[in-house]
Every structure is written in C-alpha cells, then in structure tokens.
Design a protein around this ligand. Structure first.
Ligand code: UDP
Ligand code: MG
Length: 319
C-alpha cells in the first residue's frame, strides 16, 4: 500500500536529449520511495524532438503524462499548466535538464511528511559564471529591499508543494506570473534544503543575459508599487531643491540685479529633470503595460495535444 501520490511537473523546452534521462533518474528514485507518482512533461512549444521523446515514453508507461502547447508560452505558463492538471497530494516542480538532482526527492518527501507545505531546494552557485553570480547576488540584495516578498538567491522553482499550497497558487489568476514571487507570496510552512549546484550537461540554457534582465525587471515590478513611490519621493525631493534654488536666486536678483551667465545651471537642471522624468515615465509605463495585459484576460497557454483525456484538453483550449 502506497502512502500517497506525488506529481512531478517538468517544463521542457528543446530538451530532447534529457527527457529520457530524467525519467530514468526519477524512476530509480521512486523505487525506494513509498509513494505512487505521475510525471507530467509540459512541452513548451519545443522545435526539436522533445515531444516525440515524451510520446515514446508515454506509450510505454502510464505514469508519464504530457501536455503540449501550441507554441512557446514560457516556463511560468508550463508550470501553471502542470499545477492545473496534476492530481498529486504533493507536487514537485523540476527542470528537465538534470540540474535539479532527483535524489532530493527523498528530502522533499521527508519534509512533506513532517507537515511542511513547501519544501524548497536552495542551490549554491558553484560552477556558475562569476560575473553572473555577482550580478545575481547584487540583484537579490537590492530586490529584497524593494519588494514585499522575501526572495532568496539560489532558490528557484525546484520545490515540493502540498496540495494546499498548489490550490492557493491556482487561486492567483494574474497573467504575468513571476512564480518565484508567487511561491513566496502564498506563504505556509516552509523548509529549505541545500544542495550543490550542478552544471547543465545536455542542451543549452534558454536564459540569455537579456532574458535574465527582463526577468529581473518582472521581479521588481510584479510584486509591489514601491518603484512608483520612489518616483514620487524623488519628485518631491527635486521640487524642494528647485524651490530653494528659485528663492535663493530671486533674493540674489533683488540684491545684485540680474546676472546673465547661467548656462551651466539651466542646462544641468534641464538634463537632470529630463532624466528623472523619463525614468519615472518608464516605470509608470511598466505598470500600465501590465494593466493592459491583465485586462485582456488571455489564457496563459493553449494546448495542442495531451494524453490527459481529450475532453479536458479541449476544454482548456476553449477557455
Ligand atoms: N523552459 C521552458 N520554457 C522556456 C524556457 C525554459 O519550459 O521558454 C524549461 C527548460 O526546458 C528547463 C527549465 O525550463 O527544463 C529551465 O530552463 P534552463 O535550464 O534553460 O534555465 P537555467 O537552468 O539555465 O536557469
Ligand atoms: Mg537549467
């Protein structure tokens, strides 16, 4: 008699060389875990043989489920699709690229049995590009001052969530899903497990520097309105300074009459204020852009095919 049921969600985008490896690795681990399981591959519009690899596995093994998107909708959408379909008492999210060691499942399950709703894996940065890790650590130091949720360096989507936590996440309906932040936002009892960073062996990372930068901005803007407030305070501060300057200049004019040279002050004031205004507009624009996308209420993804019962896939397509 199994103790319960675990769903593993694996977002996969051009991971043909990894699909089978991760499956085998998971199957090995589950030989010594007293839980039944299903593995949900979410094919996020891959352009290589990923889907064929998944289908091959699914034909041979009923524990393998898949959902295949009509195009690339991004990892966040893939994770959401997994949550919406997974039936487990506990749900694990992990990457396809074997960077998330499957032996941690034992610790995940242990934490789950201890009653934690989130068991979170935190990696160190061994083997990472040093510039990238330095920028990341700077980013996290900054973001934790700026946002209301507590984001940790080295913590990603790799974690186990209880049914309760998954249901809570499903209630958050926003279109722009910054899942790192959402995971923190829902709270519940959490346990952190540390592990040694593993480098990717097959295929390549989909995160270019530009992607990371965009992701970083998402992180800041998705979780608070503090940037707007910073604009506000900067505005007040500059207004205050200019008032002092205007009064001082005015008094000087009263005392000594008009002195023509003033090129430097004028130009610096214009440039500085112009910069501040553009920056503030940009920040406001970020928020308005988000409102624009949210009001459209488009589905997060479209399913092209799936082996989870036709009706269900169809229904999701319609919504
Ligand atoms: N991924 C995805 N959709 C995307 C990009 C990535 O489903 O648009 C998946 C990818 O297949 C992998 C996981 O997300 O399983 C993490 O991606 P990657 O390894 O490229 O990120 P990194 O580990 O470098 O941060
Ligand atoms: Mg990776």
């Amino acid at each position: 008699m199994k103790k319960g049921f675990v769903s593993i969600i694996i977002p996969s985008y051009n991971e043909a060389s990894n699909i089978k490896l991760i499956y085998e690795s998971l199957r090995n681990e589950f030989q010594s875990i007293e839980y039944d399981y299903e593995i949900y591959y979410i094919n996020d519009g891959s352009t290589d043989q990923t889907l064929e690899e998944i289908k091959n596995l699914a034909e041979k093994n009923e524990r393998v489920k898949y959902i295949s998107f009509s195009r690339n909708f991004g990892k966040e959408a893939a994770i959401l699709a997994g949550f919406q379909h997974a039936r487990g008492d506990a749900v694990v999210v992990m990457d396809a690229d074997l960077q998330h060691p499957t032996y941690l499942l034992h610790d995940f399950i242990k934490g789950f049995e201890e009653g934690y709703d989130q068991v979170i894996a935190q990696r160190n940065r061994k083997g990472d590009n040093p510039i990238r890790s330095y920028l990341s650590s700077l980013y996290y130091r900054f973001i934790n001052k700026a946002v209301e949720v507590d984001l940790r360096d080295g913590v990603g989507d790799f974690r186990l969530l209880s049914r309760k936590a998954v249901n809570a996440l499903l209630k958050l309906s926003e279109g722009n899903r910054f899942s790192k932040g959402l995971f923190c936002w829902i709270g519940f009892d959490q346990k952190i497990i540390y592990y040694e960073n593993v480098e990717r062996k097959n295929g390549k990372s989909k995160w270019s520097f530009r992607h990371l930068l965009n992701y970083g901005i998402d992180g800041i803007v998705s979780f608070n309105n503090r940037p707007l407030r910073i604009c506000f305070y900067t505005g007040i501060f500059i207004l205050f300074l200019s008032l002092i300057y205007i009064i001082a200049t005015f008094i000087r004019i009263l005392k000594y009459g008009v002195i023509v040279p003033g090129y430097f002050t004028i130009i610096s004031a214009v440039l500085f204020l112009g910069g501040v205004q553009l920056l503030s507009l940009g920040i406001i624009g970020e928020y308005i852009g988000r409102i624009y996308y949210e009001t459209k209420k488009r589905p997060h993804y479209l399913i092209q095919e799936a082996n989870i019962g036709h009706g269900e896939a169809h229904e999701k397509n319609e919504s």
